[in-house]
Design a protein around this ligand. Structure first.
Ligand code: GUN
Length: 297
């Protein structure tokens, strides 16, 4: 039996419609328009695409949307000054500094300079601490793991008691917050990384697999427990030759064609986790505007 293909794009669209409706109601009822500021430094092509998509989505949701493009050689002080201004701007409820930053800038100092109340990426230590402590009522949860959880809940319901979840990859953006969210839903969580021994053997125990390592097609069909829910966070650009012409193609960390024959449900790349991540950024920004107005929390 082939697995279900989880349609992240369709789910993200439905969620965005609901966010758009709630945004209109916030403006009608309270005169508040959620504001999102995205800061991009330099010309990294992938980052520019991501930022353009975030801006488009914010506008489609009815937000006040600002993009600050800074030159690649901008000074750390100038970035911190801009973040300070945005921290003090009442029309802005969410601030995102697109990563990676050029090497001369200190990512940690800049990320931590964003007010925790406007940290819609969920990267500030205050938000990380709240998530680790299970105190998510007023924390911002990082967008990619938050979107993954919603897709898993569609398959398994809200309670993962008795289920084994394996997270492959221990990044601060995906792996670590993902593990905290799975634990909060009572899964038995195993974190794997490049130094894990017998990775296929560990993954074979998993009812839920989160692949977030950045290696194209690494997780094979015979690593999977039949019926597992497989969430592929990888976005790898691989070049393939078709009729003598080299084209770039996006591929996940999971060998999709193999996984779909074994798993219960699998997210595709593209069209799985990616669209959900952007929509969760809108969710966090709307939530921030509501929290600032004392309407939530
Ligand atoms: N670069 C890649 N993913 C992300 C993300 O989720 N947030 C930010 N700020 N930068 C990124």
């Amino acid at each position: 039996m082939t697995a279900k293909r989880i349609d992240g794009k369709a789910k993200a669209e439905r969620l965005a419609e609901s966010i758009t409706e709630q945004t209109a109601a916030l403006l009608d009822g309270h005169g508040i328009k959620p504001g999102l500021a995205v800061v991009i430094v330099g010309e990294d092509p992938a980052s520019r695409v991501y930022v353009r998509n975030k801006k488009r989505r914010a506008e489609a949701c009815g937000f006040h949307s600002l993009r600050h493009s800074l030159p690649a050689d901008v000074s750390q002080d100038d970035v911190l000054k801009l973040v300070d201004e945005l921290n003090d701007d009442d029309a802005i409820h969410g601030i995102l500094v697109q990563l990676p930053l050029p090497g001369h800038l200190d990512e940690q100092t800049i990320t931590q300079s964003i007010s925790p109340a406007k940290d819609v990426d969920g990267f500030h230590f205050v938000n990380i601490g709240k998530l680790s402590a299970g105190h998510t009522a007023d924390a911002f949860v990082p967008c990619t793991p938050a979107g993954c959880i919603l897709m898993i809940e569609d398959e398994l319901g809200p309670d993962f008691s008795g289920l084994n979840a394996v997270v492959v990859g221990r990044s601060n953006i995906v792996g670590k917050p993902m593990a905290a969210l799975l634990l909060q839903r009572h899964a038995t969580v195993t974190m794997c990384h490049s130094r894990t021994r017998d990775l296929p053997g560990v993954v074979r125990n998993a009812d839920i697999v989160i692949a977030a390592v950045g290696r194209a097609n690494m997780i094979k069909g015979d690593w999977l427990k039949p019926g597992a829910v497989v969430i592929d966070v990888g976005i790898n650009r691989v070049e393939t030759e078709i009729d003598g012409k080299v084209t770039a193609k996006l591929t996940g960390d999971v060998d999709y064609d193999e996984a779909i024959e074994v798993a219960g449900a699998v997210t595709p790349v593209p069209g799985g986790v990616g669209p959900m991540t952007i929509t969760m950024l809108m969710f966090n920004t709307l939530r921030s505007a509501r929290l600032a107005a004392g309407l939530e929390g």
